[in-house]
Ligand binder design. Structure first.
Ligand SMILES: [Zn+2]
Length: 98
């Protein structure tokens, strides 16, 4: 009923509507951080980030150091909108922006 086959939307296309953590929180995104070295996965608290770093904070294309003691890896952010079936890395080329 009026719902499009939205799991076929490339995640890059979603970015324009959910650039910031405030947008993502409002739209019910579930975001995880995953370390590419040790595999540590943590759930990201979007509202907490909005409070601490500001609602305009963006997690797209963002890399941070892993927080596990002794790990030198980097984490990447993976997000899932309510109409997506699995988490996808929050990576989108910025040259596609209007
Ligand atoms: Zn790690």
């Amino acid at each position: 009923m009026g719902s499009r086959n939205s799991d076929r939307i490339p995640i890059q296309m979603r970015r324009r509507k959910c650039e910031t953590v405030a947008d993502m929180a409002a739209q019910g995104w579930d975001v995880l951080s995953k370390c590419q070295a040790c595999g540590l996965v943590m759930r990201v608290n979007l509202k907490m980030i909005a409070k601490v770093s500001g609602p305009a904070t963006s997690l797209w294309n963002r890399k941070q150091r892993c927080r596990r003691v002794g790990c030198t890896g980097f984490i990447e952010f993976q997000g899932r909108a309510p109409d997506m079936h699995w988490h996808e890395t929050l990576a989108a080329p910025s040259d596609g922006e209007m």
